[in-house]
Design a protein around this ligand. Sequence first.
Ligand code: SF4
Length: 366
Amino acid sequence: MIKKTKIIPVFIPHIGCPNECYFCNQKKITGHKSGIDFNAIEKEIQTCYSSMNSNYEIEIAFFGGSFTAIDVSIQLKLLKIAYEYKAHNKINRIRISTRPDAIDDVVLQRLKEYKVDIIEIGVQSMNDEVLTAINRGHTAQDVINASHLIKAYQFMLGHQIMPGLYGSSPSKDIETAKASIALKPNIVRIYPTLIIKDTKLEDLFNEGKYYPLSLKASIELISIIYALYEINEVKVIRVGLQPTDNIRLEGDVLGGPFHPSYRQLIMTHIFSRAIVNLLKKKQLKNIHIKSSRSNINYIVGLNGTGKKYIKQELSIERLSFSEDDNSEGVIVICDDKSSIFINRHEIFEIFYNLRENLDVFKRNSY
Ligand code: SF4
């Protein structure tokens, strides 16, 4: 049986970052405002580790900031803490996240020495005009170089992209996803842009120069991008920022498509549209759908929105569901006479190719 992973998160504040990207207030995102307290980090890791059991794979992950742009002596102290756990077989993996222009041979050799496994880089956009507009301080070529080098050193590669940035558009964001996929990341995080308090984006918003994606427009766009990664077998490990004490609409998020169940909204959009498309010519009246609990949750949706959509679009009289956790992700759609079997990969393919998405592909502005 494949074990699930439990993460021991270590939040690294803004120190060492050479930039002020327009969307970022890293101190707020990590929830930490001061410098690094190594003793506190060691204690936090120990406490977290003690609460975990052997049913899980365990990973120490350094989040926030730009790990490899930090002063090397600080990097080494942090890496040593994690390395001790890995060297004693207490954890399975070490993960860091950083900027693409803070990757070179020396950096990667150091990370190899300390047994780091996963390197996530902040791609944000693969369009140089967008990268300049948000003061990112690196180019798309830096992402290409860093991705090739990380793979050459046989680390697991992660990309983080930010659709909806200042200066971008749906078509540029879809092109970014395609360019990212061409670099063969193993995993991706998709963060639709939010306006965080005390950032340049807040000023641009107040000056009427920047409008974030609405929740509805973001769901249409991010669903396409999500499906694109899934079809190309890149695992989407996160979509939307995780709610914390600060990251919520009444907290530091001033605008943009924030929702505490963002992934669920995306998945319901994808699953319900794909199922309607699959069944629309069949004129069915009674349908029963059987699949794993997670697939059924995605199809039914928050407050039954997916179920309502399917019933309405197909004019169905009766739509029922049952959970089958031995289904291995297959969705069985039955009417009185026959059954259709469809897997997740096919759902994403059907959704990605929907004609209604063509309009989003062509949009040149938000
Ligand atoms: S490089 Fe990363 S940490 Fe630095 S300002 Fe940009 S997003 Fe924030």
